[in-house]
Design a protein around this ligand. Structure first.
Ligand code: ADP
Ligand code: ASP
Ligand code: MG
Length: 813
């Protein structure tokens, strides 16, 4: 014999019930078919009971919706000729239910006994209707009320199955039953005094296990709406996968810590008989599902699943009077147990100074009152402090039989959470060492589960979540490069890059599934109004692991938000130079936030666009080298300008061309005045370990005073025209000296300067083409022949690829 249980969603709609019939029709063995109430009905019955007890008439509406739903299920499933008897039976049951609810309404109270009675109608009706449907489909089926078989005793106000009586009843009944399918309601039972009782929320799984164990079934099949027990709740972790094979103990631990797919008590009865459990998907019956058996997983896998329980509160009992005094914890737990409050997790500090327990937040008010009452004597004398509850917490647990024989798992767990800025309130390891659990803020659960899942189950693929501010020249190229490279990165570097948010100065757009990079621009245009503060708030509230804020703007305002990102463990990648060239204090603060919150702050493109200048500098220093001198041409735009300017062109036209081709900053004066190069050499000096301010840099300008003082681009270009003779004289002087004009930045002996120089033939800078940059690092290890980095140092495509390289550095971090 086999026992099959179909849960609430599997029986929620008539078409689902047809699926059940199709599934069981393929079985040759006799079946006990245990069913839940139609999906959502138990909740509605409880709600109706609660409203009636509050003398709220609206319980009647719930009742009529429920009646309508059951009647229409009958009408859809059962042929008209056979309907009337089933309809009238169900209507009469609803009449009884109405009377029960009326009772609660008139008295203004609902007892646990009455509540159980009311709620039992869910399973009673569903199983009756399904049995009649199967009979009408010519299956050899019958209905059997579980209340005639499963008997419960009261223990501490809780219904506990009396296995001796129950097993005897089951054996007795099924030995004579010769039907192919016996349909039984899940969840419900009878007390020894004959009242309807229930087995706890999710209890239909338990009903099925009780039957399976009682009759020594070949197998217990739990049919639900997911294809097995997953590595994590698939509703929270998209990447979760069904676990093919798992041990009873692992399954029990996962379900105890919140994997709702299996009600925790279910395993015990079948475990003692060695009956396997299979979890299958009613909607995808061909998928293998999960097999739960005695055999351990031999492949040495350590962590098998991650589960969580939300709505948790912590109660801490603390005080000097607890040290060395026996019996305090005993009293603490007794008080909770007498009030029927179950303790999910316990920790005690070795000093015995405090005991901390996790309970359901629903019980917290009651718990605080009774514990404070029980310890009133000690509290009054200052030996114990009043218990103070903490709410809005959740437990996250890693589970696996083989975890005990592996070191470093908890370290990995906590460092993963730490890296993602998830604060851990309490840590506990089960004595069986089959689980490591911790308590965190409820708001961090999704992030924690995903980060842990990535760490323990997707070791190969790391997800990076980008929030991109600025989608102009550089930003657009950057998005295009991501689109082109995504597949390659996933396959080769095991990085999955998603752009979750983007903004330009007008609008912003978010998509938690990742913005489609084929048509981002039209979607962004139709997005909500841009707002930097709101953008930041959304990035915080989405609370994704591996979040990276990418700044492709040149905006000072945007650069001022970095600390808010870094301080929340969100990495920052920027081509905007303003933050790193602002005060040393701010630069150092941002770097320190990055270290403290484990969030890289990378700005490779601040100097030399995509050239690996800062990265090389960092590596030189990290490996113990010392920078003695830096000489560099760091302005792609100025190099472009002076490489194209001669006595046949005008200075204004060449600058205009550089602007149009995207080599200059939006305001070209930032380049031509030398400010941009000052910022760059300042950043290199700082990255070399020097505490410099921008005011320490000597700037020898080549622009006339008048051009430097212009108020906007138009005035600036007009002044260039006015001063053409000055520019021509610079050109002629260099030409006469057989030299070329180069804008050079220098850092030597702690001093930095920038300015235009005539570079003679044979110098490393002489042949620098187009918009190229060059940097010479003279170091202790490279004292005479400098280390040279040279290549395109401006332009949207290379800048974008530099930003991209920083993102990949974070991916490998
Ligand atoms: P049923 O009504 O069939 O008894 P439940 O809703 O009780 O179904 O249980 C199935 C649900 O359990 C899934 O839809 C899923 O949301 C949730 N769940 C939580 N953790 C897990 C897990 N580790 N594996 C599978 N499902 C899980
Ligand atoms: N119907 C009950 C509940 O919703 C029992 C079950 O479905 O397992 O909790
Ligand atoms: Mg369930």
């Amino acid at each position: 014999m086999k026992v099959l249980k179909f849960g609430g969603s599997s029986v929620a709609k008539p078409e689902n019930i047809v699926k059940i019939k199709n599934i069981i029709s393929k079985y040759n063995d006799p079946i006990i078919l245990v069913v839940s109430a139609l999906g959502g009905v138990t909740d509605l019955l409880l709600e109706a009971g609660s409203m009636a007890s509050k003398q709220d008439q609206s319980y009647k509406e719930i009742l009529s919706t429920l009646e309508e739903r059951h009647l229409s299920t009958i009408k859809e499933l059962i042929p008209v000729t056979a309907q009337s008897q089933v309809l009238s039976k169900v209507k009469s049951e609803f009449n009884v239910l109405e009377t029960l609810l009326e009772g609660a309404f008139f008295i203004g109270e609902i007892t646990p006994k009455l509540s159980d009675k009311i709620v039992s109608y869910g399973e009673l009706l569903s199983s009756y209707i399904i049995s009649e449907y199967l009979i009408s489909e010519k299956l050899d089926a019958e209905f059997k009320d579980s209340r005639e078989l499963i008997i419960t005793n009261k223990v501490n106000a809780k219904s506990v199955v009396n296995f001796v009586k129950t097993n005897a009843n089951c054996v007795d009944f099924f030995k004579d039953s010769n039907k192919k399918v016996t349909v039984c309601p899940g969840f419900i039972a009878t007390s020894e005094k004959g009242a309807s009782t229930t087995l706890g929320r999710g209890g239909s799984d338990f009903t099925a296990a009780i039957y399976a164990a009682a009759i020594d079934a070949d197998i217990l099949e739990i049919w639900t709406d997911v294809s097995g027990m997953y590595t994590a709740n698939p509703k929270m972790v998209k990447q979760a996968k069904a676990i093919a094979h798992i041990s009873y103990e692992e399954a029990m631990e996962l379900s105890h810590f919140g994997a709702k797919v299996l009600y925790p008590p279910t395993i015990q009865p079948v475990l003692s008989k060695g009956i396997s459990i299979v979890i299958k998907n009613t909607f995808r019956p061909n998928e293998a599902g999960t097999l739960i058996t005695k055999s351990k997983n031999e492949k040495g896998k350590t962590v098998r699943g991650i589960s969580h329980i939300g709505n948790i509160a912590l109660l801490s009992l603390e005080g000097p009077g607890m040290v060395g005094i026996p019996g305090i914890s005993k009293r603490f737990f007794e008080v909770l147990s007498q009030a029927d409050i179950s303790v999910v997790l316990i920790t005690q500090a070795s000093s015995e100074h405090s005991i901390c327990v996790a309970i359901s937040a629903d019980d917290v008010e009651k718990a605080v009152t009774i514990v404070n009452e029980a310890f009133e004597y000690e509290i009054e004398r200052g030996r114990i402090k009043e218990v103070i509850p903490e709410k809005d917490l959740a437990i996250v647990a890693l589970v696996g039989d083989n975890m005990k024989s592996h070191q470093g798992l908890s370290g990995k767990m906590f460092s993963t959470l730490g890296k993602n800025n998830v604060n851990i309130r309490v840590i506990a390891q089960g004595a069986s060492e089959r689980n490591i659990s911790c308590i965190i803020d409820e708001k961090d659960v999704k992030k924690a589960l995903n980060a842990l899942h990535e760490e323990f189950f997707e070791e190969n693929i790391k997800q990076l979540n980008l929030f991109v501010m600025g989608v102009g020249n550089v930003g657009a190229k950057f998005l295009e490069q991501i689109k082109e490279q995504r597949k390659f990165l996933k396959e080769n570097l095991k990085l999955n890059i998603r752009v979750i948010g983007m903004s330009n100065s007008r609008t912003m757009l978010f998509d938690e599934k990742g913005i489609d990079l084929k048509n981002w621009s039209s979607k962004l245009a139709a997005g909500e109004k841009a707002d930097k503060v709101k953008f930041l708030e959304i990035v915080h509230s989405l609370n994704y692991r591996n979040s990276i804020f990418v700044d492709n703007t040149a905006s000072e305002e945007v650069s001022k938000t970095y600390s808010e990102y870094l301080g929340n463990s969100i990495s920052v990648v920027t081509c905007n130079k303003i933050a790193c060239s602002s005060t040393f204090e701010n630069y150092a603060h941002l770097k320190s936030l990055a270290r403290t919150y484990n969030a890289p702050f990378l700005f490779e493109t601040n100097v030399g666009a995509g050239l690996p200048i800062i990265d090389t500098l960092k590596h030189l220093i990290a490996s113990g080298d010392k920078i003695l001198k830096i000489q560099a041409v760091l302005s792609g735009s100025l190099n472009f300008v002076f490489n194209n300017f001669d006595d046949k062109t005008t200075f204004r036209n060449v600058v205009k061309q550089a602007q149009e081709e995207g080599y200059t900053e939006p305001d070209p004066k930032i380049d031509l005045s030398g400010v941009d190069v000052m910022r760059k050499i300042l950043i290199l000096a700082r990255e070399s370990g020097n505490q410099l301010e921008i005011s320490d840099i000597v700037n020898n300008p080549f622009l006339p005073e008048e051009s430097l003082n212009t108020a906007n681009n138009d005035e600036f270009f007009a002044s260039l025209v006015q001063n053409e003779a000055h520019f021509q004289s610079l050109f002629t002087s260099a030409k006469n000296a057989d030299s070329k004009l180069k804008y050079v930045a220098q850092f030597d002996n702690g001093k930095a300067s920038v300015g235009l120089q005539e570079i003679p033939k044979g110098h490393d800078f002489y042949n620098l083409e187009g918009s190229d940059n060059i940097v010479l690092f003279y170091t202790e290890r490279y004292p005479n022949q400098p280390m040279i980095i040279k290549g395109a140092g401006a332009g949207a495509a290379v800048t974008a690829s530099g930003i991209f390289a920083d993102i990949i550095r974070i991916g490998n971090f």
